[in-house]
Design a protein around this ligand. Sequence first.
Ligand code: GDP
Ligand code: MG
Length: 699
Amino acid sequence: MQKNVAKIALIGNPNAGKSSVFNQLTGLQQKVGNFTGVTVDKKTGFSQLDKNTKASLIDLPGTYSLYPNSADEKIVLDILLDKNNKDFPELILYILDASQIERHCLLLTQLIDLKFKVVVAINMIDVAEKNHIKIDSKQFEKTFGVPAIPINARSGDNFDLLKKTLAEQLNTPADLKIFYPIENEILNEIRAVIPNEDTYRSWLIFQHSKQVHFISTEQRLDLNNLKTKHQFNSITEQFDEILDRYNAFTPDLPKIIQRQLNSSNTFTDKLDNILTHKFWGVLIFFALMLLVFQAMFNWSTIPMDFIDAQFTRMAGNIANNMPDNLLTRLLTEGIIPGIGGIVIFVPQIFLLFLIISILEEVGYMSRAVYLFDSLMQRFGLNGRSIVALISGGACAIPAIMSTRTISNPKERLITILITPFISCSARIPIYALLIAFVVPSTVVFGFLNLQALVFMGMYLLGVIAALGSAYILHKILKTTDTSFLSLDLPEYKIPYWKNVLMEVSNKVQAFVFGAGKVIIVISILLWFAASYGPNLANKKIQFAQEAAQMNLSEQESSEYIASKTLENSYVGIAGRVIEPIIKPIGFDWKIGIAIITSFAAREVFIGTMSTLYSIGEDAGESTIREKLGKQINPETKQRVFTVATSLSLLVFYAFALQCMSTMAVVYRETKTWKYPIYQFIGMGLFAYIASFIVYHLFK
Ligand code: GDP
Ligand code: MG
């Protein structure tokens, strides 16, 4: 008979090996969800502990103590303090790193004081051995009063014993020590406000009264009043508590940990001297980032082109074999390209996270963060932001997803908001077309091509806009979170491939199923608006007749009909509606149409312009440029693409957030529409003003 499923939570400091233990225990029986209201992935899974006991496991974010610094840590606090939380565990599996026992035991004593049943897994026993550290687990059990099992989460050593112990402990009542007996006269008054809680739990609820969700408004008010009444100073209390806790167990540590000294200049130290070196370290970092860039920019084009071709072929097959009706068109022009537009990002996301998670697994990433943290902090960013900024040069979508590892919420938000300023690869075709229009291909300074120089200038403009707006946001945005860089430099390790692959597949899934929904809805709406319009069916017959009268070739007449259809569709109408707004920056309504359709993806701009000016899909870049160059505005009798207009467009596309996929990802990562909308408006205004200035300077 199978008993009820027991809830076990995995807790430990960051990098202690929780996810590895989790993967070992659950195997493939895991799923990734989300904690309500926040953007931290919630991994849950099942494990058969013995033949009668099945447990449901949850992999909680890494935490240093129950006084949280980051949003991730707050989740842990919320779950552990609220007995009615659906994730409240029956037992805690506490993972600690054998080489870092002293620091990792602080949180352990807090959990014990919360009266949880705890089983400790002393992980990375292999690394400790290599560094000549021996751990006496029996002594550990004596000091902390909980079972402790030495394990290796990478090889799976000793997991049978771990499972057996977990099953046993589930059926044994907890008999726990107290590490921090609170003697404070406020305690009785706190008890009066929140009865039915154990001592330490009520103490923590009191301290965190402003941020825990599960107490009532009156209780919160009462607790806050208590703080004022007693002039409660949370920081000094925390300080005392932490000191007391260390005092309670550090005297026993020499009995638990036996070090054979001689390892002062280890391999890690030698490597760190180079990798965190001000010159060599930075050089190596940029070489690695060049690899990231190369992978996302060049290598990913092969699978991307392949995916593109498959979806085009699929749509073509369906179009040829099904009756020409609304459903077929919805499928071939709306849904299939919509899904294609999601899947096309998979190679870039895959490659970026493959490289990043290998670097993370090896232990390199913490070094890179350390290297850039103080520089990035000046712009309100984080050492980890630099990865997002560099990847943003290929595509903002994986770049924004890579900000997950930034634990400070404000720094993460700023990074998300500014990354789309970096010129991504979708802007290249537009830059290429427009620069060729206005910049002569002359050689300056003897060897530099002027066009190439302007091209680089566009990239620089993006970097300046990104860092500048980061600085401004840093000054504007208020935060209640204090930022500590509690960063430890872990041992270098050979990557554990199972972890790498799980990380990569989680990221791909998060994008496809999280942001994908939004992308497909918007692309269907855009398709509909571009293909339908008031009375358009009748008008199309008329366009066909007009084309016949003009004696056009078959190719020309279908181009004529396509362009007239687009002009008379809802998008066409919208283009005319926004014309008064975009006229001051030099755009006419046809450019307005292209701006709207290119919201699907920036590169669509060129396709739309070709349709509107009946250039034909297969025309080469130089033909498009030539034909567009000849277009005359019927009202002003002037060329549509003057130098001023082209420069204005160039600047507009450099700065505006013209990308629905980016907005969908920002929504998925921040869990609210507020930020993508702010970002759209903010970047749009910025682009508008910049275009306005440029247009009037060159007019
Ligand atoms: P988390 O942050 O607590 O989830 O830690 P992870 O499970 O991601 O592990 C951090 C790193 O330590 C990864 O590179 C793991 O492969 C590695 N690791 C975890 N457990 C062990 C172990 O027992 N031995 C060794 N050598 N490495 C381990
Ligand atoms: Mg983890």
